[in-house]
Design a binder for this molecule. Sequence first.
Ligand code: BDR
Ligand code: CA
Length: 311
Amino acid sequence: ARKIIIDTDPGHDDAFAILFALGSPEELEVVGITTVAGNVPLPLTSLNALKVIELAKRPDVPVYAGCAAPMVRTLLTAEHIHGETGIDGAELPHPVVPLQREHAVNFMVRTLMEAPEGEITICTLGPMTNVAMAMTMEPRIIPRIREVVLMGGGFFEGGNTTPAAEFNIFVDPHAAHKVFASGVPVTMAGIDCTYTAQMTPEWLQDLRNTGSHAAVQAANLADFFRQYGSHKFPTEARPIHDACVTGYLLAPEIYDQRMCHVTVDISSPVTIGMTVVDWWGVTGNDKNCNVLRRVDADAFFALMLERIGSL
Ligand code: BDR
Ligand code: CA
């Protein structure tokens, strides 16, 4: 199985991404979950990650708390989308195992230095602070990372937090800038991609019908998450952003993708946090990023149903 570290700020859609991965043990081995401040402050994202592994009956997966604030900017959170807890809407079990004592950044550095080169994939589902800090602390990890697969950014749809910027990149643009410019192979599931996989009430009913306790709680989470965005989306369907990262790791062939040069704006007050995608190759700059443009939603939701339903 492919070894991954999930770096996350749960978050309803983060919970889906994690459950989707834990429901796919043949393909994915989650060697650790690292948490970051984002949707809500760090103590809550860390608690929520513990609750999600408990829900999946996988308390053996170690959870490490990471950075409590972005590298340069002040933390911006999203309680208006995720509620005060970050995962309002479901009754998740109380964690039985505590957080690991090691800091998430130390865990990333140690794991990457110990593992064979090119073995570990890092999946980021929140602001990219921990990965950028790990690269700063120990640059020798950079060539050892197999790939960074992230949910964040977008280009054709514009931004969901400012007209130019998506939330995860906007919260810590300096971290994202560092990771995109690092030379590590990067795959970006931005909102161009995530908006093409919209979860419908019918699919959520199918998820409940699997009868799995984890699936029913996931559906409860989704019902809360779905309330946000009625002003943006014309129908009842809603994106489930972070889960697109897990979907890509399991079934890359269901995504439309293109290698492009991507950089993150960190200097303009108007467009800071924008992922600028050279879709047409007009700059001649290195193609540092595999940009996911859309996904086959039917295939994506069929796979996620099977995997979360198996928990
Ligand atoms: C991203 O922002 C967060 O609120 C979600 O968890 C997702 O990672 C979508 O823009
Ligand atoms: Ca997230």
